[in-house]
Design a protein around this ligand. Structure first.
Ligand code: 5AD
Ligand code: SF4
Length: 461
């Protein structure tokens, strides 16, 4: 059950009306964590908390952590060392500070966090953060440490308050969580659990409330979002394509995106949606991880390099102007130079508008972490540099090909320079243009005049 103001006797009448306490949230990692952080702040609002960007002012500090790659836990412990100083300084002023560690490091490390960092009061996993207000209350009133790592039967979204005003016209919406794929390098199936899809009705309701508050673009999130199979109105299971169609019916919602996908779940109807759903943006993030079939098998990716190539061809037939993005790992255990060359060849052949690439890092508890044939760090670094040089080149030429085009840009925020706004093209490029603030939150035609490596500059028509 969601905790409400009336459940909290420690709040005075005044506190129940207006926020009197501050919460500072630091987010690491993926977009899902960004979404979760927003929802944690929303969950704390009814019990008197307002967000602050100044850690020294915070009565509650939340670290929403990521465990996907190397040294994640170490980063959290060193941040907790700094936070200890903040807590001590506040204590000297007679102020109390409650510290919570949330997210995937919390799920993976649990009690260990409290044992190693005495400053922490609450450890809460990604499936239990809806209980954050009561966990903080318990920690504060009972003066004890709390570790909450349940995967509750009841879906946490049922217990979160309604969405409050989003910061930008583009918002994230988690529709699916967890993953059953068990790639051998990945911690997600252990930290986020098995696949779970929210119902279509629930998602449409959340989307409508965001759109009523000015959101014009939604990115549907899930660790394996295209495996989405939520319950529809008639109780039957609906695919991601069907969910996208249902969201497409919302009038003032103009743009839809989704991330992250697995190649094996790119169903025919989803590929068709890239042709027929006019609100679905021509952009797809589809990780392939490695170009060698031997490495893909060792990663338990369950697809081959050829299958990925032919999938991309089919999607490009449906949507010829599709901009592609991907994730790639270099230096997986046992990867030879020839096998790495197959990754380069895949990138050369397919062409990516942008991409994320990483050195393999062993994650505790994953099958790949037991493998012994480590690729030396220096070799990993050298391969990553070569790969990133190729990817940067592709991104630059994709951006250069946009010069002279007129693109609809959704303006999201003020830019660094006065009079400048920043928005997104359909292909997810950042676009800078001089424009009046009245254009914020709307889609406007922009003629692209300059291509930078990671963004575009243009003139509003
Ligand atoms: N080492 C390196 N990269 C990893 N990723 C996931 N686990 C690891 C790991 N152990 C990368 C994958 C994934 C992205 C989110 O992070 O490329 O798609
Ligand atoms: Fe991890 Fe993605 Fe593989 Fe799932 S599909 S195990 S989230 S890399």
């Amino acid at each position: 059950m969601a905790i409400t103001q009336k459940d909290l006797p420690h709040l005075s009448e005044r506190e129940k009306v207006m926020p009197t306490k501050k919460v500072f949230v630091k987010t690491y990692g993926c977009q899902m964590n960004v979404y979760d952080s927003e929802r944690m702040i929303e969950a704390l609002a009814p019990v008197g908390f307002d967000e602050t960007t100044s850690i020294e002012d915070a009565d509650v500090i939340v670290l929403n952590t990521c465990h996907i790659r190397e040294k994640a836990a170490e980063k959290v412990y060193s941040e907790l060392g700094r936070i200890r100083q903040v807590k001590l300084a506040r204590q000297a002023e007679g102020k109390r500070t409650t510290i919570a560690v949330a997210g995937c490091v919390a799920q993976a490390e649990g009690q260990e966090i409290i044992d190693r960092a005495k400053v922490v009061d609450v450890v809460v996993g990604p499936q239990s953060y809806q209980q954050l207000p009561s966990l903080i209350f318990e920690a504060e009133t009972q003066g004890r440490k709390i570790v909450k790592l349940d995967f509750p039967e009841r879906d946490k979204f049922q217990d979160l308050p309604k969405r409050t005003k989003p910061r930008q016209a583009s918002a994230f919406l988690t529709v699916q969580e967890g993953c059953d794929k068990f790639c051998t390098f990945c911690v997600v199936p252990y930290t986020r659990g098995m696949e779970f899809s929210r119902s279509v009705g629930d998602i449409v309701q959340e989307a409508r409330s965001l759109v009523e508050q000015g959101v014009r673009e939604l990115t549907l999130l899930g660790q394996n979002v295209n495996a989405y199979h939520g319950e529809g109105a008639g109780g039957n299971s609906q695919s991601l394509a069907q969910l996208l169609a249902a969201l497409g019916e919302i009038d003032d919602l103009h743009r839809l995106r989704y991330t992250t996908s697995h190649p094996n779940d790119m169903s025919d109807d989803l590929i068709e949606a890239h042709r027929s759903n006019s609100k679905l943006m021509p952009y797809l993030h589809l990780p392939f991880q490695a170009g060698s079939d031997r490495i893909l098998a060792a990663m338990n990716r369950k697809h081959t390099a050829t299958a990925y190539r032919s999938l991309i061809s089919r999607i490009r037939v449906a949507r010829p102007d599709l901009a592609l993005s991907t994730d790639i790992i270099v230096g997986f255990p046992g990867e030879t130079e020839a096998e790495f060359a197959e990754t380069l060849a895949m990138v050369e052949d397919i062409g990516f508008a942008q991409a994320y690439s990483f050195k393999y890092s062993p994650r505790p508890g994953t099958p790949a972490s037991m493998l012994e044939d480590h690729v030396p760090e220096a070799v990993q670094t050298e391969r990553l540099h070569r790969l990133q040089a190729l990817l940067e080149g592709q991104q630059s030429s994709f951006n250069a090909s946009c010069v002279g085009q007129v693109m609809p840009v959704l303006f999201e925020r003020a830019g660094r320079d006065t009079g400048q706004l920043v928005g997104r093209s359909p292909y997810l490029q950042a676009v800078h243009a001089n424009a009046s603030e009245t254009l914020l939150g709307g889609i406007h035609p922009v003629e692209i005049s300059i291509a930078n490596r990671h963004s575009l500059t243009g003139v509003v028509l």
